[in-house]
Design a protein around this ligand. Structure first.
Ligand code: MOS
Length: 722
């Protein structure tokens, strides 16, 4: 169990985040945001700003910085600011004021007067349902609407009509902001070689691709450096307006430019999780076998329709065994900030609906909720014949039930003094994904190694994983491995997204380690080496020949090589045609609802997961605990509130409610460890996102067990429990 290799730097303030970089002549940009949710900018009076103390540049759609829409295969198009006069949401970036100090830039920005031609504003998902549009097909080609039906069944309606027991309900989930601790920021520096960008992200190669496209320069002219990222959760997948504006302003000004978004600006100028409305219909036999599952989803999206929260798609990809499945995924374009990936996009809000509905079905059948889920455990995704590579979800249920004392649960909860106490559970699933990744390993003559890749560690523990997998693959202690991340000059290392980083980078490390050991063996047996002409083998950081041995550092010194390096890569391949891949889990919680105040308090939590091999129990647990806490937040605290004019009523950390320590009990995490080497040679399936999946439903289900009240929206507040 290893502590975070970057932990001491982070807790002592020595870790240098993007905005911590300063350079001679650096100037500061402050973003101007719009104050209407829909309209056209007719005029921007920047006269006062231009003559304000210290101001060196004022940019607006009338005097823009040149930026092209960024486009990458993975993310599609990313909007860039100041290129047109249309405003489609409150808080949209519409200008940049650059001055010698941050305060001067901010003061000058406040003097900019904007005249708008306002247009009608639409912000309500509920009001927009009737005019919803079909979502585009998912990235994997899954259409927005489809059905898988058993032979002889004409429609999902027929399958449901033939089901002896039917549960149908509509659920809704609130929009959320990632609220990462590190604000989005950027420091841009140009020199003869091009742009150097310091701006926290989830993968250097993605940021380089977006900056290259928007600035119309060669990728060799962009260098991004971000060894530390203070939280991302999907919200730093796309390049931020801070980075686009800093890069473009620094280019025209010929000075380094720093742009740090305020917390309020982060809520509007980056992107959020969509709001969802989801209708679930479950048809089952009286014995609890699912006959038909229907999941119809609507999500909010910005006017550019650039993101779909794929709640129904999650149900079609990973969830229960059923012969009849129909999903639809619709979008409702609104005058709201962009929506984007947020921890378990799709599965997090989707599991609230599906796992609440499963609880409702269990109640209707008078069946234990775990028994119902065990009965519908699948061996392959619905409608596909590719079996799961590994699935120990039944272990998660059974071990969790024993560990949590599930057998003591009464169908009507219990009371403890003034508290009504209930137990709830839910299933968690998240696909196991792997991206292409490349890694460079350097062996040095002091018997240490450097393992580097262009991915990012936004708090996930990836740096620590690199050192552990590197050490294991090179057969040396982890203390002798220096992991490197977050620099675009390192080989492109996939991204910290989709719970994929360990599988992607880890596999590349194994391949590259094998490569460099081969090179070392060749070097050790070549002329001039102490083992010239001999058969050499490698183990434990040493080269062996004829009964003698030397460390690799000794061999390198003997041949006068300070170091040797190898770059290798790996990518998902044939296995994709042979199996389906997912991580699994079971969430358990105990909730106490006060008889008089009606406050709901989570008093116990357990998550049991099958995420393949766990590389480092400590950081793995930490990842999961973070996800589970977010689940509590989603269930009981968190939600963006829109005023009718499109402004967020709680778009800052003073009013956006998130849990504090007093809201969170001790959290028990258990891994059933079955390495999945069909997915990748490391055997890890990924656990960045699964921790949040199902938690909100488990809490709502526990509240129902405690009180008999079924709340079908999150967050659940005191008013819902009166
Ligand atoms: Mo994550 S939402 O895939 O960054």
């Amino acid at each position: 169990m290893a502590s975070r290799v970057d932990g001491p730097l982070k807790v002592t303030g020595r870790a240098k985040y993007g905005a911590d970089n300063n350079f001679p002549g650096l100037v500061h940009g402050y973003v101007v945001v719009g104050t209407v949710a829909h309209g056209e900018i007719l005029a921007m009076d920047t006269t006062a700003a231009k003559s304000a103390p210290g101001v060196v540049g004022v940019y607006s759609p009338f005097d823009p910085l040149v930026l092209r829409t960024a486009s990458t295969p993975l993310l599609g198009e990313t909007w860039v600011p100041l290129q047109d006069k249309e405003v489609t949401y409150y808080g949209q970036a519409i200008g940049l004021v650059v001055a010698e100090t941050y305060e001067q830039a901010r003061d000058a920005a406040m003097t900019v007067e904007v005249t708008y031609a306002r247009r009608p504003v639409r912000t309500s998902l509920a009001d927009g349902l009737a005019e919803a549009e079909d979502a585009p097909a998912a990235r994997d080609g899954t259409p927005a609407t489809f059905a898988v039906l058993a032979d002889g069944v004409a429609s999902i309606e027929d399958a449901l009509a033939a089901s002896p027991v039917v549960v149908e309900a509509t659920y809704s989930t609130a929009p959320q902001n990632h609220a990462a601790m590190e604000p989005h920021s950027a420091v841009a520096v140009w020199d003869a070689d091009g742009l150097t960008m310091y701006s926290g992200n989830q993968g250097a190669s993605l940021q380089v691709a977006e900056l290259t496209a928007s600035l119309e320069i060669e990728s060799s002219a962009v260098h991004t450096i971000n060894p530390f990222v203070g939280g991302a959760f999907g919200g730093k997948g796309r390049t931020s307006v801070a980075a686009f504006l800093a890069a473009a302003a620094a280019r025209v000004l010929g000075k380094p430019v720093k742009v740090v978004l305020t917390r309020e600006q982060i809520f509007t100028t980056t992107a959020n999780r969509a709001a969802t409305v989801q209708k679930i219909t479950l048809g089952s036999t009286t014995g609890g076998s699912l006959v038909a599952v229907r999941h119809d989803s609507w999500c909010s999206t910005a006017m550019d329709r650039s993101f779909v929260e794929p709640t129904s798609h999650g149900t079609s990809r990973e969830w229960y065994a059923t012969e009849n499945l129909a999903i639809s995924q619709k979008i409702v374009p609104l005058n709201i900030p962009r929506t984007t990936f947020m921890r378990a996009p799709g599965e997090a809000p989707g599991s609230f609906a599906l796992e609440s509905a499963m609880d409702e079905l269990a109640a209707k059948l008078a069946m234990d909720p775990i028994e119902l889920r065990l009965r519908n455990n699948s061996t392959a995704p619905p409608g596909k014949d590719l079996l799961w590579s590994s699935k120990h979800l039944d272990d998660c249920y059974r071990i969790g039930a024993a560990r949590f004392g599930w057998a003591d649960r009464s169908p009507n909860g219990r009371t403890d003094g003034d508290w009504q106490v209930g137990l709830g559970m839910a299933t968690a699933m998240f696909p196991a994904i792997r991206f292409p990744a490349a890694v460079r390993i350097t062996l040095r003559d002091d018997d240490t190694a450097v393992v580097g890749t262009g991915g990012a560690d936004p708090g996930t523990g990836l740096l620590t994983v690199l050192s552990l997998v590197g050490a294991e693959s090179l057969d040396i202690p982890p203390e002798r491995v220096t992991p490197l991340l977050g620099d675009s000059e390192l080989p492109p290392g996939g991204l910290s997204g989709g719970s994929s980083a360990t599988a992607s980078a880890g596999t590349a490390i194994m391949a590259t380690a094998a490569q460099i050991i081969d090179e070392l063996l060749a070097l050790a047996s070549s002329p001039g080496s102490p083992f010239a002409g001999k058969e050499v083998s490698y183990a434990d950081g040493r080269l062996f020949a004829d009964g003698g041995s030397m460390t690799f550092g000794e061999v390198l010194r003997a041949v006068n090589r300070p170091s040797i390096s190898a770059t290798g890569s790996s990518a998902p391949g044939e296995e994709l045609t042979k199996h389906s891949f997912s991580s699994w889990g079971a969430q358990f919680c105990e909730v106490r609802v006060h008889k008089w105040t009606r406050e709901a308090r989570v008093s116990r939590m357990l998550g049991v997961y099958d995420a393949g091999r766990i590389i480092n129990d400590k950081t793995a647990r930490s990842q999961i605990v973070g996800g589970m806490i977010w689940g509590v937040s989603a269930a009981l605290h968190e939600g963006l509130e829109l005023e009718a004019n499109g402004r967020f009523a709680n778009g800052d950390l003073a009013s956006y409610l998130v849990p504090v320590n007093a809201d969170i009990p001790d959290i028990d995490v258990h891994f059933v460890e079955y390495p999945d080497t069909l997915h990748n040679p490391v055997g890890a399936k990924g656990l960045g996102e699964i921790g949040v999946v199902g938690v909100a439903a488990a809490i709502a289900n526990a509240i129902h067990n405690a009180t008999g009240i079924r709340v079908r929206h999150i967050p659940i507040t005191i008013e819902d429990l009166l």
